[in-house]
Design a protein around this ligand. Structure first.
Ligand code: ING
Length: 328
């Protein structure tokens, strides 16, 4: 008996700095409606899908950036998306900037800021929440950069780990879902922590500039897409899972983001790919039982992994210099 989930990457084209959340929500509702017409049960929207990729903009006073964040989910502007999902009977993944007020240990009030993603079923239940752990870029204005990438300024490191949950969706009574966000996909550790929890489908959104603005050295533009696909294909293959990777694409306030959203199977094959850099729905029927082959043979973790040889992975952060060979 196959366990087929019909999924879609709901790629978004650019959102300009002046675009309201309502613009993004209405475009996502159009994609949900298109998804329903194609029998899709789950749509994966991008990272930070409600606004332009604001970490490219420098705010001297970081409180000035708070307007890019959601203080409730669903917020009034996002509620129509939840309502549409309920009306259409389609689940969705949404990336957004999360601001929450809480009490510190000494009971003083503090505000938290995360780059967050949620998985929502048609009934509006939040089945899974993840806060981005690998924050690229820098925290202070960098005059060498043509475009800033200030995720380390505006977001804290996620505090939810890489969780996996088994939840019903569509026709299936249980799917092992996991999530990561954008830069996380470049780190094999992200994938393996999910793989060690028997993840079957990884959901991720991304906002990836099409050019390297870090001035750290020349990187040919075609490598941006290669590295994005390489990361997702390798992660899916090496953990015997499906992956849906959805871009926010196109030129936002003059800054270009790559599209090339993909859906990848547990063999690491791209089974669907976006060809525009605009709003686009790509779909695939994913038979989750296809995870079993890899998981019980090449990547039977319990039979083949050797954790006693992996200490450096958790005991070190940066690399160390190796011992120098000398003739003895
Ligand atoms: N964006 C980019 C990403 O990881 C990046 C940043 C691009 C880092 C290319 C390194 C190389 O896809 C986000 N939002 O993480």
């Amino acid at each position: 008996m196959s366990r087929i989930l019909t999924v879609a990457a709901g790629q978004l084209g650019p959102l300009q700095r002046a675009d309201s959340r309502t613009v993004a929500v209405q475009r996502m509702i159009r994609l949900l409606e298109r998804a329903k017409a194609r029998g899709v049960e789950l749509v994966v929207f991008p990272e930070l899908a409600l606004t332009t990729f604001f970490p490219r903009h420098y705010h001297a006073d970081i409180a000035e950036a708070d307007h890019w964040f959601e203080t409730a989910m669903p917020s009034p502007e996002v509620a129509p998306l939840f309502a549409a999902a309920r009306r259409l009977g389609v689940g969705f993944h949404l990336g957004y900037a999360e601001l929450l007020h809480e009490r510190a240990a000494d009971a003083s009030p503090r505000i938290r800021h995360f780059n967050t993603a949620i998985l929502v079923n048609p009934e509006g239940d939040i089945l899974l929440k993840y806060r981005k752990i690998h924050l690229p870029g820098h925290a202070e204005f960098d005059p060498r950069r043509a475009v800033q990438h200030l995720e380390k300024r505006y977001f804290e490191v996620g505090d939810l780990g890489f969780p996996v949950v088994r939840a019903p969706l569509g026709r299936l009574d249980g799917v092992n879902f996991g999530m990561m966000i954008c830069n996380d996909r470049r780190w094999p550790e992200s994938w393996r922590v999910l793989g060690l929890q028997s993840v079957e489908m990884v959901l991720l959104g991304y906002n990836t500039p099409s050019l390297n603005f870090s001035n750290a050295g020349f990187e040919a533009p075609h490598l941006r897409v290669l590295h994005s696909h390489l990361s997702v294909q390798a992660g899916a293959y090496q953990n015997a899972c499906f992956a849906v990777a959805t871009a926010k694409a196109g030129v936002e306030d003059g800054c270009e983001l790559i599209g090339h959203s993909i859906i990848v199977n547990p063999q690491g094959e791209i089974i669907a790919q976006a060809t525009s850099w605009d709003d686009e729905l790509i779909t695939a029927d994913c038979d989750l039982d296809a995870c079993t082959l890899g998981r019980t043979s090449v990547f039977a973790f319990d039979r083949h992994r050797r954790p006693e040889a992996y200490d450096r992975i958790t005991s070190q952060t940066g690399a160390v210099a190796p011992p120098v060979w000398r003739r003895t």
